[in-house]
Design a protein around this ligand. Sequence first.
Ligand code: NAP
Length: 250
Amino acid sequence: MSEVNLNGKSALVTGGSRGIGRAIVDALAVNGCSVVFTFVSSDQAAKEIEEEYASNGMKVYGYKADGSKQEEAESSVKFAADTTGSVDILVNNAGITKDNLLMRMNNQDFESVLSANLNSVFYYTKAASKYMMQKRWGRIINITSVVGLMGNAGQSNYAASKAGVIGFTKSIAKELASRNITANCIAPGFIETDMTAKLKPEQKDALLSLIPLRKFGQSNDIARIASFLCSDAAGYITGQTIAVDGGMTM
Ligand code: NAP
């Protein structure tokens, strides 16, 4: 990933303690970026990540914040700006699932998924874009899902949140373009992380049969695209949703 030069840039990645977010933190840091990542429960993992990068002379800092709460989202943006100098890059990655069929889904499961996956994107983007506007440069990357494009039985809450992120991203891409800020979505297909580890073998087999490349994706497949979208080479791409899904949605 050395073709992407992010020296001197500052990034904030939500949900960077595990899975896709963890890989994005690594891709940005390796390319020269100072990175603040958030987490909500993985205190020990966050500490170990910080120590690992510090021992290599790299600037990566964890911050505990529940992004579904506006004051915590805002305080993490402030922490990132105070610690690394600014927020040039925002990656809204944190997300949760609480699957159930419509008839069995209660209001709390619907609302908590919307809060964690969509409201948080609004809170973070509003707070972080102020720094980007001042600098007349910025990159916003929102991790949505193929489920936001296609829908999925048992995931009406998750699909609504991820489709909402796509509409939100297109709107802010139009609002912020004049300030040289781009906003794009990445829509992962099935990526092997803790989130997908809970699926049953028969569910995984059914999914695999829908993927033309006949394999599941890895977190690095998403991190490489995120890193590219942050680069100057991607400066003419905005308002897009890039599916990284082994061909699942083509
Ligand atoms: P994961 O392995 O479950 O990791 C989730 C991360 O988000 C963790 O770092 C977690 O922190 C953090 N997080 C969760 N809720 C949070 C909250 N309220 N505030 C702050 N941080 C929070 O998930 P993943 O598979 O890497 O997924 C990352 C993103 O990709 C999500 O938006 C997901 O919807 C999307 N996605 C994933 C797939 C897939 O196949 N895996 C497919 C499509 C889209 P803690 O470690 O502290 O709990």
